[in-house]
Design a protein around this ligand. Structure first.
Ligand code: NIG
Length: 424
């Protein structure tokens, strides 16, 4: 048992039983318990409360002493905050090498699409991944996993999409499964065969979509390698019709749709995602009132990826209008070598505040509670709730919880606990 006492504030405390994402005013209602304690038993949050409940000078702090005696470990969190671990619901964490040469092309003025048309971009990572063994991919991905854990992340969704052959897509998803087995992260996996059209199908996109539907999805589903099916529904990548066919096939095999939608244009990806009851539609730089109304009336979560918007130097989506319209908004990193080589959820929260004018409360809940909803782990993660998994981090001493997105590069995540165990 771990007993954490004298916590300046427990952040993101919620009653159990909530399974729907937070919308509207609820997103900004961050429940905070000041001068608090929390007890972790096994891999669970057992209980929490206010320090005042544990006694006083007169009764000799009976209950406090009892908890201290029972605990295997007592942590004094004076001046520190306890947050639920981040839930990062959109990443491409498994990839080979890096693409800083394209970073140089970008600085010289080439756009993401121009780099892709010249054979760079996703296809560059596809070749690198093809020439990298599964064990080496695991080694590289574990380094990134360690990095994001130290940023405070406890759950991560990982996509395939740098394979583009059955063999290499399976290789990627196996690596993602090994990240689940060999690290304390909770991992959900997504089959993203429709990430780019591979060179061998350059003149025959339909042929590639047929291969995805007839050869990849059946194998990936039967081997239990993915929970979700995704597609990059965008000009120059996959059309609404392609995505429709892929989702239709995925659903027959029990894969729940997610979609890269409206990143570079009004692609129709949001409309299609909502039609298929996608768990989330992600990116959304090109959206307006029509998309907001559709999303608000649906169960589909709008996952915003401000790190990619920042790195690609695009206009940010109007997150405030989405929230006001009643859309369920989540934040994720999109950690990948092309559009966001950064897996720091705290930085995403800072960008959300600075560039999309979310309040710190909204940003924190979009990156924890709603992120957990966007990867179907809300019954276990995403908030400080008795009975949920003990995934949390303790900050360094800070004046307020707003300090976390404010001091956007200060290393503030101090002690990490995942599955009730200290991560050292
Ligand atoms: O979400 N947009 C498509 N996929 C990634 C970029 C992947 C890459 O460039 O390697 C994204 O931004």
């Amino acid at each position: 048992m771990i007993f954490i006492k004298n916590i300046k504030a427990l952040v993101g405390v919620r009653e159990g039983g909530e399974t729907s994402p937070l919308r509207g005013a609820d997103l900004g209602n961050l429940n905070v318990l000041e001068n608090a304690w929390i007890v972790l038993t096994g891999d669970r949050i057992a209980d929490y409360g206010e320090m005042d409940e544990l006694g006083n000078e007169e009764d000799g702090w009976d209950q406090l002493l009892a908890l201290e005696n029972q605990a295997d470990r007592v942590i004094d969190a004076t001046g520190r905050f306890v947050f639920p671990s981040w839930c990062d619901s959109h990443t491409h964490l498994v990839y080979a090498g890096s693409r800083e040469r394209e970073f140089m092309d970008k600085i010289r003025g080439l756009s993401y699409q121009e780099i892709a048309r010249r054979g760079g971009g996703i296809l560059n990572s596809v070749e690198l991944l093809h020439n990298t063994s599964e064990d080496e991919l695991v080694r590289q991905a574990k380094e990134r996993a360690d990095e994001i854990i130290r940023f405070g992340t406890g759950a991560v969704e990982i996509k395939s999409g740098y394979g583009l052959t059955l063999e290499d897509e399976v290789k990627m998803l196996r690596v993602a499964r090994r990240i689940a087995e060999e690290t304390p992260l909770t991992v959900k996996t997504t089959f993203l065969g429709a990430h780019a059209v591979p060179v061998r199908y350059r003149e025959d996109r339909d042929g590639y979509v047929n291969e995805i539907i007839n050869e990849m999805i059946p194998v990936i589903a039967s081997e239990g390698l993915a929970e979700y099916v995704d597609a990059f529904c965008e000009q120059g990548f996959f059309t609404v019709e392609d995505t429709d066919r892929i989702f239709n096939a995925g659903l027959k095999y029990g894969l729940v749709p997610k979609v890269h939608a409206n990143q570079m244009s009004f692609s129709g990806g949001v409309q299609l995602g909502v039609k298929y009851g996608a768990r989330s539609v992600d990116h959304l730089e090109f959206t307006g009132p029509e998309e907001y109304a559709l999303l608000a009336a649906s169960d589909t979560i709008a996952t915003l990826l401000p790190g990619a918007t920042f790195f690609l130097e695009m206009d940010f989506p109007n997150a405030k209008a989405m929230i006001d319209a009643g859309v369920a908004v989540a934040l994720a990193t999109n950690y990948n070598p092309g559009s966001c080589p950064c897996g720091d959820m705290r930085f995403m929260a800072s960008l959300a505040c600075l560039k999309m004018k979310l309040t710190p409360e909204q940003a924190i809940q979009a990156a924890t509670f709603n992120g957990a909803c966007a990867m179907d782990v809300i019954e276990d993660l995403g908030s400080i709730t008795a009975g949920k998994r003990a995934n949390l981090f303790i900050t360094k001493p800070m004046p307020s919880y707003e300090f976390l997105p404010y001091a956007f590069t200060t290393p503030l995540v101090d002690t990490i606990i995942l599955n009730g165990q200290l991560y050292e």
